[in-house]
Design a protein. Sequence first.
Length: 333
Amino acid sequence: MVLSLLIAVIVIALIFEYINGFHDSANAIATVVSTKVLTARQAILYAGVLNIAGAFMGTHVASTIGQGIIDTGSVTQGVILCALLAAIIWNLITWYYGIPSSSSHALIGGLIGAALSKAGYQVVHFEGVTKKVLLPMVTSPLIGFAIGFACMVVILWICRRANPNSVNRYFKKLQILSAGVMALSHGSNDAQKTMGIITMALVSYHALDSFVVPAWVILSCAVTMGLGTMAGGWRIIRTMGSKMIKLKPVHGFAAETSAAAVILTASHFGIPVSTTHIISTSIMGVGSTRGAHALKWGIVGNIVMAWVLTIPICMVIAAILYSIARLFHLLPL
C-alpha cells in the first residue's frame, strides 16, 4: 500500500508538472505569438525545448520547496498527494477562465494547507514562507513592473530618432532571443518545484537518506514540463498576449528580457517565484509607458485578484481533501 501510494504521488506530481507546463506556457510564448514574430507552433516547440534545458540549471528552488516550507519530519505521502490535487484543481479552474494565476503558489498553498490539517501550525516554517514565498510574492511583481518600465523607457530613448518600421524589424529578431531566454528562465524555476515535491516524497518513503534530487527526477520533470508547454494553454496565452495590452515586438522584447532577468536571479538564490506574476507585471510595466489608458484595467484586476486568492484557496482545498481522506480512512495518513 505504501509503495503504491508513493507511485501514485509521483504520477500525480508529473500530471501537475504537465498541467503546469500548458497552464504557464503563456509565460514564455504569449508575447512572441501576439507580436507575430513566431507562429504559435514554432513558439510552442521553441519554448518547450528551452523549458527542458532550463530545468537542468540547478536544484536550489527544489530544495526550498522540499525543505523550506514545512517540516520534513511531518510530511507523509497523504500530505503531498492532497497538496498536489489542490494545486491541480486550482490550475484547471484558472486555466478554464483564462486567468494567469501562479502554479507555484498553488502548490505552496496546498502543501501548507495539508500540513496544517495533519499536524497544526508548528509544522510550517513561517520564517521560510515569509522570506522565500510571501515577500517575493509582493516584491518580484513590483520589480518586474519597474524593470519592464525602465527597460522600455531606455529603448524608447535610444530609438527616439529611428524609423518605427525599422525598429520593429530589428526587434522582431531580438524578440526571438528574448523569448528563448524567458522560456529558459521559466524552466529553471517552475520545473524545480515538482522536483522538490517528488524528492520530498522519496525522503518520506526513506528511499533517500537526504534531500538530494536524483537525476531521473530532474529528467522526468524537465521532459514532462516541456511536453506540457508544447500542448499550449491558449486561453491564458490570449489573456496575456492581447487582452491586457496590444503588443509590438519592441514591447515583447522589453517585457521578456525584464521578466527573465528577475526569474533567473530568483532561481539562482533558490526563491520559488511566480513566473506568471513576473511576466504579467513586466508586460504591464512596458505597457504603462504608453499611458494608463493602454492597459485594460478590468483584465488586470481579475489577474491581481487571482494572485491574492491562490495561496489561501489552495490551502483550504488541500485541508478539505486531507480531512476527507482522514475521515474516511482513504489513505495511510
